[in-house]
Design a protein around this ligand. Structure first.
Ligand code: NQM
Length: 363
């Protein structure tokens, strides 16, 4: 089934319908998506990283867990099939897909399932609307970056800290002064290196000579800015416990600035080379977390409401993304809960055709 999950889109497969050999599975996925090719003209991919995603789902054998989800990030212009990081947007489509395919029974009213994301071992509870025991996609929930409204899907994350990095703050600091070599020159910049679901590097837009309110097109056209962000990304990979990240889709880079639309913080995220039209789900959770950490690069730029249960509104190029955070009352520097709202829908179901020779390994 081709599904929209939040602001991402891609085909979902039952694990049992894909080859079990990993190398062959990856070749099949590349052929299905039409990668590598910048237009993905020979496959289902949408010529952008956000539409070069695949979901693989099965019933879980883990006690207390209903579904296992493996997310695969493909790219238009290279042949990587990366199952290391998470994707909270594709995650939103997992339960609708599983119910459509009969993996779980549908309850009356709402149906909740515990989903284990195999990429990082993260668990969450997902709730979808199932009035009268039927899955409903219609509703009033609106998420920025998707036209119209749809039925709400709530995601309650149980454990997100240190998803791919060894810990929430992998360098051991809430703020690092990073020395970067770029174009035979050196520059220094303050950054918060953080992973609360997504490895991210947060820097002030002003430190890169931009406002942080530019359009996606303007930022994507700013080759100098993108080259400096990439130089910073490559130099912090090892410090974040990620090693060499040249060919990785993480860490994501995020320019921050004070909010200007009534939210908590303004963001422009690079994933990692193109500017996101909105912001990733776990990227938003990670940015929101940085907003509540004293001394982070967001401290002084973010407007954070008081209390141990709060909504952080992360502004992005096409609107805002609200993340509900629960802080530990015993130590309010610790985020213990993150919840948010998404929407999803199946776009089509059918067969995606790849050549038999490829499937049987005879190429
Ligand atoms: O951060 C984009 C997206 C994502 C990932 C990316 C995501 C997340 O918007 O959880 O959802 O960062 O490549 O789908």
């Amino acid at each position: 089934m081709l599904m929209r999950g939040g602001t991402s889109r891609g085909p979902f497969f039952l694990e049992s319908e894909l080859p079990s050999d990993r190398a062959l599975r990856d070749r099949v996925l590349l052929a299905a998506m039409g990668s590598p090719d910048k237009r993905q003209i020979d496959g289902l991919g949408g010529a952008h990283p956000l539409t070069s995603k695949v979901g693989i789902v099965r019933r879980s054998a883990t006690p207390g867990v209903d579904l296992d989800f493996l997310f695969a990030q493909l790219q238009p212009d290279n042949d990587t099939v990366d199952t290391t990081p998470n994707c909270g947007n594709m995650l939103a489509a997992v339960l609708p897909f599983a119910l459509e395919r009969g993996l779980l029974p549908i309850a009356s009213g709402t149906t909740t399932a515990r989903v284990l994301t195999l990429n990082t071992g993260m668990q969450c509870d997902v709730t979808v609307q199932t009035p009268n025991g039927r899955l409903s996609y219609l509703g009033d929930a609106r998420i920025d970056g998707v036209p119209g409204t749809a039925a709400p899907i709530s995601i309650n994350f149980l454990d997100t800290a240190g998803s791919v990095c060894p810990s929430l703050l992998p360098s051991g600091h809430v703020l690092d002064r990073i020395q970067v070599e770029h174009d035979a020159q050196k520059f220094e910049v303050d950054a918060t290196l953080i992973d609360n679901g997504m490895p991210m590097v947060l820097v002030k837009a002003a430190d890169f000579g931009v406002t942080g309110y530019e359009s996606v097109a303007e930022l994507n056209a700013n080759e100098g800015l993108r080259a400096r962000l990439e130089a910073l990304r490559l130099s912090v990979g090892p410090l974040m416990g990620l090693g060499e990240v040249a060919c990785k889709s993480y860490p994501k880079m995020c320019l921050i600035a004070p909010p200007r639309a009534g939210g908590s913080i303004a963001t422009r995220c690079f994933i990692p080379h193109l500017c996101h039209e909105a912001i990733g789900v776990l990227a938003a959770v990670t940015v929101a977390t940085a907003c509540v950490l004293e001394g982070s690069v967001a401290d002084g730029n973010a407007e954070v409401p008081p209390g141990t249960s709060k909504t952080i509104s992360v502004e992005h190029p096409t609107g805002e993304f609200s993340v509900e955070l629960g802080l530990d009352p015993a130590g309010p520097q610790k985020v213990v809960r993150a919840a948010l709202l998404r929407t999803a829908r199946p776009i089509m179901r059918g067969e995606v055709l790849v050549s038999e020779e490829l499937w049987t390994g005879n190429v």
